[in-house]
Design a protein around this ligand. Structure first.
Ligand code: SF4
Length: 465
């Protein structure tokens, strides 16, 4: 699951149709999806005739209070939590993105990244579109607006046929909720029901919190239109090979969610078991850096017979920012969040179970604190292969320079972090642990085989010119 140090997820989306408490349900849904984006949050609602909107920078409970929610009237809602993967982190770029066009109002929340954003935006600008933000999501709205005279169903088919990349979206008009997902199915999106009202969410953990029942996933390439008439599913594209983001299972999604038809907790445990099978190690105990690696560590200990300990304790009450001590205190930022337990670590051979190493700088600081606490040997096992290639589908390592394993061998990474040994799970081991079809995943950040080739210059700030 994302934390303040690891790679960041692009976004979480949530939608409600046909429930009198649409805004409050969306608030709780976003609360459950907070791990997918912590920079901004927003909710847009509709009564069928009037639209209400509230967005802000910060965590969901920082942005909304009771009074704000009470002002968001309506039985339809879309909500969004954002971490910026295209466009800066500023209020203007917070979502859902709301526009009025030719007497119609649209609000969209988008999870993922478009890989043809620059080209698509340039084309639209040449045809007279004026953009308000630097988000790729706005491109979808402009494409929709150009075809609204044909009705929303046809407009949306036309819009999605002109975009490429990763998108799991919720879209609201005055009287409809529309969920759509790219044909590759990079990011998850599911459908649920609560008291006769429909719910759409990035992950099933959001359904659980509001006590909604899971119905099914929105299928890759599907456009699901929810209105007073019920559900209408459109599948306008030929079925192509699915490329679910495997990193959702390893790291991003919440362990209590089921995504791509699998329970995330069980997969992470299995990844840990595979690690133990691939790397038999002699150690006094194994531990995660909470909360990353928790579930892989359970599997690793289970399969290896090495006992599990919590060699560092996480302070759950540290916010995203804190006042730094006046005098510089060594590694304060690390220790304020994770404090080593000296009595447990002293003179021990320790295996750290990690879910990923992206830049390596956080691991380096953390290992230093374990050494200072007296650990005799420190080995690290990682529940996926080295990240050697950038992600263009909505994860925030979009340049090679951000990835330590891109330019360095495993031995060099081991030395940089300060470990006695470092072992990454093999690609076949990772795939076997998922129990899913081998060719149903995107593995591009591990093997460089991009399911959709990004256009040149595709990056987080590519639309800021
Ligand atoms: S490149 Fe990696 S992180 Fe990005 S979608 Fe593919 S598997 Fe997921």
């Amino acid at each position: 699951m994302t934390n303040n140090y690891g790679p960041k997820e692009s976004c979480g989306v949530f939608g409600v149709f046909g429930h009198e408490d649409a805004a409050k349900l969306t608030y709780f849904g976003l609360y459950a999806l907070q791990h997918r984006g912590q920079e901004s949050a927003g909710i847009v609602t509709s009564t069928g005739t009037s639209i209400h909107e509230y967005k802000g920078m910060g965590l969901v409970p920082e942005v909304f209070d009771e009074a704000v929610l009470n002002g968001l009237h309506g039985h339809i809602a879309v909500g969004h939590v954002r971490y910026s993967t295209t466009g800066s982190s500023i209020t203007k770029n917070a979502q859902p993105f709301l526009v009025s066009y030719a007497g119609k109002t649209l609000a969209i929340g988008h999870n993922g990244n478009l890989t043809n954003a620059k080209r698509a935006r340039r084309n639209l600008e040449q045809m007279g579109s004026i953009f308000q933000t630097t988000m790729d999501s706005e491109i979808i709205v402009h494409l929709l607006a150009r075809n609204l005279d044909k009705g929303i169903d046809e407009a949306i088919v036309k819009a999605v046929s002109e975009i490429q990349g990763a998108y799991s979206c919720v879209l609201m008009t005055e009287n409809k909720l529309i969920a759509f997902r790219d044909p590759n199915g990079f990011r998850p999106l599911c459908l649920g029901i609560l008291n006769g009202g429909y719910i759409v969410a990035s992950e099933t953990c959001a359904l659980d919190l509001i006590d909604a029942a899971y119905i099914r996933d929105i299928e890759p390439g599907e456009i699901l239109i929810i209105s007073e008439k019920g559900l209408k599913s459109i599948k306008p594209f030929p079925k192509i090979k699915r490329t679910f983001c495997i990193f959702e299972l390893i790291y991003f999604a919440r362990p209590d969610s089921n995504i791509f038809g699998k329970n995330v907790y069980s997969i992470r445990k299995k990844l840990g078991e595979m690690l133990a099978k691939e790397y038999p190690l002699a150690a006094d105990f194994a531990m995660p850096f909470p909360d990353s690696g928790n579930y892989a560590a359970i599997g690793f200990c289970h399969a290896s017979g090495i006992p599990m300990e919590m060699g560092v304790i996480r302070n759950h009450y540290v916010g995203r920012t804190f006042i730094e001590p006046a005098q510089s205190m060594r590694d304060f930022g690390v220790r304020v969040k994770l404090n080593p337990v000296r009595n447990i670590l002293n003179q021990k051979r320790v295996v750290i179970v990690e879910d990923s190493i992206i830049r390596g700088t956080t691991s380096n600081m953390r290992i230093k604190t374990l050494r200072e606490a007296g650990a005799k040997e420190i080995h690290m096992v990682v529940s996926c292969p080295p990240h050697r290639y950038p992600c263009y589908y909505g994860i925030d390592f979009s340049t090679k320079g951000e990835l330590i394993a891109c330019k360095h061998t495993v031995e060099e990474v081991k030395n940089f972090i300060g470990l006695d040994s470092l072992c990454y799970l093999s690609l076949p081991g990772m795939l076997e642990a998922t129990g899913l079809e081998e060719n149903g995943f995107c593995l591009a950040c591990f093997d460089g085989n991009y399911p959709i080739q990004p256009e040149e210059g595709c990056s987080k700030l590519c639309l800021e010119y």
